[in-house]
Structures are given as C-alpha cells and as structure tokens.
Design a protein around this ligand. Structure first.
Ligand code: NDP
Length: 296
C-alpha cells in the first residue's frame, strides 16, 4: 500500500474537542447551553445505534440532549406537532429527524417542517437552496466532514478535478455543491454513467457515496488521487459480519495518494459535524460569533 490513510477518527476527536471548548465558553460567558433534539420513529436497529451514539456524544461535549422515541405507527399530524414544539423551544437549537421514516410518513414534509435555523442536518429545502446559491446555510453533516478532511489533507482545492459517485440529496449532491464552492471542476456520476472507471480516473478527488460494497477498485483510481469513501456496508465474509466501504480499500490504496478507511474515516466525522452544526446554530440563534473552523 502506498496511500496515506486519512484518520477520520482522530480528526473527529479534534472537532469534538473544539466543540466542547466552545460549549464551555458559551456556558461561562453567556449562561447558554446548546441543545440537540433527536427524533427517532420506530425501531430500526441501525437507526437506534446512530441515535444512541449521537445522544452520548452530545452529552460528552457538554450540550443538552433531548431524545424523542416515537412508535412506528405515529401519525404525520402527531409528528408535525412534536416538531412544532421543538421549533418553539428555546432550549433546543438543533432538531434532527432520523431517516428513513416509516412509509406512512412523508419525509420531505416532515423535514421541511423543521425550522431551517434548527435544521442541523441541512436537509430543509431552504438550506439546500442556500447551499446551492453559495449562501450561508446549515451544511449536511456527512459532506461537511468530507470537505473538512479534504481541506486539511490537500489545502487549497481550487482547480482540482473532483468526481462524486452518487447523486443522493443527503450526500452526493451537497458534496458536489461544496466542492464546486471550493472551485473544483466537479463531475457527478451515478448508476447511468457510462464507463464509470474512465470518469473516475479523471479525478484528483474521488468521493464514493454509492452504497455498493467495494465497487470502486484500482481501475477507477488516478495515481496519487485522494479518495473519500462514504459508504457503510455490512457484509458477511468468512462467516463474519464486517463493515466495508464503497471502495475496495486494499486495491485502491495501492494506487491512491490518500484514502479514508471504513470504519474510522467519514463515519466519525458525520457525528462530529452534527455537534459542530448544533453549536453553530446556537451561536446564530443568540447572535454570537460562530466558532472558527467548524463550518464552511
Ligand atoms: P443512495 O442509495 O441514496 O444513493 C446512492 C447513489 O449511488 C445513487 O445516486 C445511485 O445512482 C448511485 N449508484 C448506485 N449504483 C451505482 C453504480 N453501480 N454506479 C454508479 N453509481 C451508482 O445512498 P446515500 O447517498 O444515502 O448513501 C451512500 C452510501 O453512503 C451508503 O453506503 C450509506 O450507508 C453511506 N452513508 C454514510 C454516511 C456516513 O456517515 N459515513 C452517511 C450517509 C450515508 P442513481 O441515482 O442513478 O440511482
């Protein structure tokens, strides 16, 4: 292997330390504690793990955590009523509704009911529009974490060729917007892209957000490229369940200049950026200066 491994776990720890320091200052200087409300509908095991980790890390940085666990058959009306209460609650600065939602609930309607200023996931249509037009917004956590790692590793990204594989609203599209904002030349690839390997080989920065285990291999990688692997896939190998990314790590790392591992790459950064967005939302709500280096 020749590539540098970008340590998302260590980077996320530094972000959480910065968040904790700012939270302590808000408490000491202004008597304010940022609060994050997480809403979980139903009992999806993966979502329960995410929500538990979010709550734990929220408390660890000194913020207030409000967990709302709702039955899978909750009506849209009741869920919207809870969101309205959280929007109006001055102790809550960030509201996150864990996705996916059960089929009877309209996710777009629910997400767009969150006050955009408290939309720490950055999925509200107002924040999507603000990001798309280069204005100050709440930036979705996963792409924000990816961008922070890229900036840290590469410095100025201007003029670099970036290929984002995946065009979802939560990862692919906002990632591409952020890279465009850094003056990269951005290509978005997806399931209909012709000759994906050739497209990817044009990339100085290759972001894989596909949801297909280890589909990106050495043949997709330009020598020296920086690879960000967003994928989280559970597979069974040699009778054991294991976590792998969308990138075949061993094969790609032999050609790349740098690469994020799975686990320990993008995943830890996502929660760290959620905490960062919550402290940013709290500062904006109280018209206080925002912490340095926690948003774009
Ligand atoms: P989606 O399923 O919403 O989107 C997947 C995208 O990949 C689609 O745009 C799809 O194209 C594209 N795609 C699928 N197959 C191919 C293919 N063969 N070639 C090229 N493109 C393809 O997934 P998400 O964006 O929500 O998530 C992507 C991955 O990232 C998942 O593994 C998910 O678990 C992970 N993830 C990780 C997070 C973290 O914190 N690390 C957070 C969020 C997600 P098309 O649009 O044409 O169908």
């Amino acid at each position: 292997m020749s590539a540098t491994v970008i340590d998302g776990k260590a980077f996320a720890l530094r972000i959480r330390e910065k968040v904790a320091a700012h939270v302590a200052r808000l408490a000491a200087d202004h008597g304010i504690t940022p609060g994050l409300a997480v809403v979980l509908v139903g009992q999806d095991p993966a979502s329960e793990v995410y929500v538990r980790n979010k709550g734990k890390q929220t408390l660890e940085v000194g913020m207030a955590s409000f967990e709302h666990k709702l039955p899978a058959d909750i009506s849209e009306r009741d869920l919207l009523a809870l969101i309205a209460r959280l929007n109006a609650d001055p102790a809550v600065h960030g509201v996150l509704v864990q996705l996916p939602l059960p089929a009877q609930l309209n996710s777009d309607l629910v997400i767009n009911a969150i006050d955009p200023a408290k939309d720490v996931d950055g999925f509200h249509i107002s924040n999507v529009g603000l990001l798309g037009t280069g204005q100050k917004s709440m930036v979705p956590c996963t792409p924000l974490g990816c961008l922070m790692m890229l900036r840290h590793h590469l410095g100025n990204l201007s003029g670099l060729n970036a290929v984002v594989v995946g065009r979802s609203n939560i990862v692919g599209k906002p990632m591409a917007q952020l890279l465009l904002g850094e003056s990269c030349t951005v290509t978005i690839a997806h399931s209909r892209t012709r000759d994906l390997a050739a497209v990817c080989r044009g990339a100085d920065i290759l972001v894989a957000a596909v949801g297909r285990p280890e589909m990106i291999t050495a043949e997709h990688v330009r020598p020296g490229a920086t690879i960000i692997d967003v994928g989280i896939n559970r597979i069974t190998r040699n009778g054991k369940t294991t976590l792998v990314g969308d990138v075949d790590f061993a094969s790609a790392a032999a050609v790349a200049g740098a690469i994020t591992p799975v686990p320990g790459g993008v995943g830890p950064m996502t929660i760290a950026c959620l905490l960062a967005n919550t402290v940013t939302a709290c500062c904006r709500a109280n018209r206080l200066p925002e912490p340095d280096g926690l948003t774009v």
